[in-house]
Design a binder for this molecule. Structure first.
Ligand code: GDP
Length: 494
């Protein structure tokens, strides 16, 4: 039987492309629309350290599941309760941004900095339940970034997932993906049935659909809170927040505020005036001004901490998200951070980390994934010695206009292909993007651009991953280079 690549991706809380890539690296070329047989499914699951419980359906059990990786044995005597960290997920247009906006505008206390909330990627909300105030931290990046990045590292950033489903549209592919992400990370789900103000909204249909996907509403005797809301009018939002608090209480979330801080970088950027900025989510311990922090390849002494209102604060306790100043470079979102006693130690750890990353990039480049028109030409030229009679040149082609796609393709396909088969993995219009580079890495392809540009960040990514990008303005030059590569004659081209 097997299952489709997309279903498997959803079950494993991964992107389709990650599965394509893993299989490609094992010499199996598939497309995202393809059905994978059971052995292939098992192969993928093994690669992601997941045990298949029932092949053919999307029930898999995550072996890499860990509770909170940020708590050590020494913390156990000093645990105190901490606020939940909440992520809002769901299908596009179902109202994630509207819900986050409503909560931010109505529930976030105006800070000293004139009530202007800064976009630091997270904010804290006080929810009152039966007279008691419960703070909750919302991650302000709708979508799955937080889940994917943390999952790759086996860590957890989120304690509760609010999955938004529009009552006039029902359960859609990204709804299921969000649910799969949350389940894979063992994060409890609260459903927000949104847009109940709209004509044609039908909450019962949504609940029916969700229960057929294994989420039984509390209302029907199950264990999943499902709250009807209107993000536009604000109806039901208080009840949604109360449910979040109740689910959080069941989890008994705790951390040790007495120790030095540990956690995850959730956002990072470069400010022209102030230098590298990073938002850190403190997942254990307390972060203070003056602490020496190491995040991946970057380090520095924390010069200032700012909360979501832009106000300077002296410390950030467990579950707080703060923006910090003082790192030497911009860290990578998803990297974990920790505190060191000395700047020298942090610096050498950062350098060590950078060296490891550099080595692994070099290794990746030296591997078979690396293809350039030159290396390809050499491989063709060496056919007699290597005994390889057939070659395949994989190309990702990006051009300025649809008309050029056809023109270029037509000319290229007239080239004799008896020893070399030319395969277009992608041919489309627009600037060369990060995902084009990823596709090229995954499939050992060369990226060719005709009358299109490439952002410096994409160029840097391509260099780091060993992908060749060749840009052309003249069709003749483009075709000529490819012809030479196919004939094993590229020496005279730079
Ligand atoms: P996202 O893609 O999930 O972030 O969705 P958005 O928050 O951008 O919402 C998509 C569209 O639905 C926007 O036009 C919103 O104004 C609209 N919308 C969101 N929530 C509601 C709601 O509760 N009621 C109504 N009538 N429209 C809503």
């Amino acid at each position: 039987e097997g299952m489709s690549c997309q279903d498997l991706a959803a079950a494993l809380a991964l992107n389709d492309s990650e599965i394509v890539k893993v299989l490609f690296m094992k010499g199996i070329a598939i497309t995202v629309n393809q059905t994978l047989d059971e052995d292939t499914v098992k192969l993928v699951c093994k690669e992601f350290e997941v045990e298949v419980v029932e092949a053919g359906t999307i029930r898999v059990e995550d072996l890499a599941k860990k509770s909170n990786t940020f708590i050590d044995d020494e913390d156990l005597e000093h645990l105190e309760s901490r606020p939940p960290v909440v992520t809002i997920m769901g299908h596009v247009d179902h109202g994630k941004t509207s819900l986050l906006d409503f909560i931010r505008k109505t529930k976030v206390a105006a800070g000293e900095a004139g009530g202007i909330t800064q976009g630091i990627g997270a904010y804290s909300v006080d929810v009152t339940v039966e007279g008691e105030v419960h703070p909750c931290v919302f991650l302000d990046t709708p979508g799955h970034e937080a889940f994917s990045a943390m999952r790759a590292r086996g860590a957890r950033v989120t304690d509760i997932a609010v999955v938004v489903v529009a009552a006039d549209d029902g359960v859609r592919p990204q709804t299921l993906e969000a649910i799969a992400h949350a389940k894979a990370a063992d994060v409890p789900i609260v459903i927000a049935i949104n847009k109940i103000d709209k004509d044609g909204a039908n909450a019962d249909v949504v609940m029916q659909e969700l229960s057929s996907h294994g989420l039984m509403p509390e209302e029907w005797g199950g264990d999943i809170p499902m709250v009807k809301v209107s993000a536009k009018k604000g109806t039901g939002v208080d009840s949604l927040l109360e449910n979040v608090v109740l689910v959080a209480e069941l989890q008994e979330l705790s951390a040790n505020p007495e120790r030095t801080a540990k956690g995850t970088v959730i956002e990072a950027s470069l400010d022209k005036a102030r230098g590298p900025l990073a938002t850190l989510l403190v997942q254990n311990g307390t972060l203070r001004k003056g602490d020496i922090v190491l995040c991946g390849e970057t380090y520095g002494k924390v010069r200032a901490l700012m909360d979501h209102t832009g106000a300077r604060v002296d410390e950030a306790r467990p579950s707080a998200a703060v923006q910090i100043l003082g790192l030497n470079e911009v860290p990578v979102a998803g990297d974990e951070f920790e505190i060191f006693d000395s700047l020298d130690v942090a610096r050498s750890k950062a350098q060590e980390h950078a060296e490891v990353m550099r080595q692994s990039r070099l290794a990746a480049q030296a591997g078979e994934g690396k293809v350039t028109l030159h290396s390809f030409a050499n491989a063709v030229a060496a056919s007699a010695e290597t005994g390889v009679e057939r070659h395949q040149l994989n190309v990702v082609l990006k051009v300025d206009a649809q008309g050029s796609v056809e023109a270029i393709r037509e000319v290229l396909q007239q080239l004799p292909q008896d020893t070399v088969a030319l395969r277009f993995l992608l041919q489309s219009t627009g600037e060369i993007s990060a995902s084009d580079v990823e596709l090229a890495v995954a499939s050992g392809a060369v990226v060719i651009g005709f009358n299109v540009g490439v952002q410096p960040s994409v160029k840097t990514q391509a260099d780091a991953e060993g992908v060749e990008i060749r840009l052309y303005r003249v069709i003749y030059d483009l075709v000529d280079d490819i012809r030479k590569a196919m004939e094993g004659l590229l020496e005279d081209v730079e």
